[in-house]
Design a protein around this ligand. Structure first.
Ligand SMILES: Nc1ncnc2c1ncn2[C@@H]1O[C@H](COP(=O)(O)OP(=O)(O)OP(=O)(O)O)[C@@H](O)[C@H]1O
Ligand SMILES: [Mg+2]
Length: 248
């Protein structure tokens, strides 16, 4: 089964002149770690927002874990997917524990057993000493790690992360990538976006490269590199297909 299937997606934001998505079509199989790649403004975050039901496309079909993303399936999909947003989505004046208990309550989790789970996750992500500190006082890497925990409290089958390693140090990055591998090894699908192409090359079994709201190419990093004789790595492939012009 596909974890994600988007077909002919079109989206122009209200008041915008240029479309953000122009017929985007791709599929990701279940159970893999996959990358959604593209230059700034390519439409990655817009696609993720549509997948989780936050933004409505103008036209096109969206399926998540085999379910059509519509009003009838929104609640079911919400239980199946976890989204780690590009912007940190924590209450800065609350501690990590307070934040996570709040997010858990949105899924109906409460009580001592859930609090123990929150503490165990904070330990897994190296945040046990800062568990009772306001997240507004956290470093960038700590905020990113806490942001991930907030999205996995309900153990989603499909975890989508929008630049989870942006602006974090080598140690936090390594911990986050290790976590993603382990989460995937339990049978869950991991979809992630990043501008760090060496990282995506190592981590992803399949990548989709999009640009200007359209699919450019899809394949495993090894396949894509092999297809272009002058490309030595995924960054070469990316530049081959998307060019050198800087984006707005
Ligand atoms: N709320 C919005 N209103 C109007 N235009 C928007 C909005 N959000 C995004 N856009 C535009 O849609 C296009 C795609 O943006 P999007 O954020 O999806 O790209 P992205 O691939 O996630 O880029 P980045 O790598 O910079 O995060 C861009 O041209 C952006 O300016
Ligand atoms: Mg984005």
């Amino acid at each position: 089964m596909n974890s994600i299937a988007v077909t002919a997606l079109h989206k122009t934001y209200k008041g915008a002149i240029t479309p953000s998505l122009q017929g985007l079509t791709f599929r990701f199989a279940e159970g893999k770690i996959v990358g959604l790649l593209g230059p700034n403004g390519a439409g990655k975050t817009t696609t993720i927002s549509i997948l989780c039901g936050l933004v409505r496309p103008d036209s096109g079909d969206v399926e998540v874990c085999g379910l059509r993303q519509d009003a009838a399936h929104r609640e079911e999909i919400k239980r199946l997917i976890g989204v780690v947003p590009q912007q940190i989505a924590l209450f800065p004046q609350l501690t990590a524990v307070e934040n996570l208990l709040y997010f858990g309550a949105l899924y109906g989790y409460k009580g001592a057993a859930f609090k123990s789970k929150v503490l165990a996750l904070l330990e897994l992500f190296g945040l046990e000493k800062a568990a009772h500190k306001e997240t507004g006082k956290y470093s960038g890497g700590m905020k990113r790690r806490a942001n991930i925990i907030a999205s996995i409290l309900h153990e989603p089958r499909l975890l989508i992360l929008d630049e989870p390693t942006a602006g974090v140090d080598v140690q936090s990055r390594s911990m986050i990538l290790q976590f993603l591998k382990e989460y995937n090894s339990k049978g869950n699908t991991v979809v992630y976006t990043s501008h760090l192409l060496d990282e995506a090359q190592q981590l992803c079994e399949d990548v989709v490269i999009i640009d200007e709201g359209k699919l450019v190419v899809q394949g495993s990093p090894a396949e894509l590199i092999h297809q272009q004789p002058h490309c030595r790595n995924l960054e070469d492939v990316f530049l081959h297909y998307t060019g050198h012009a800087v984006r707005d």
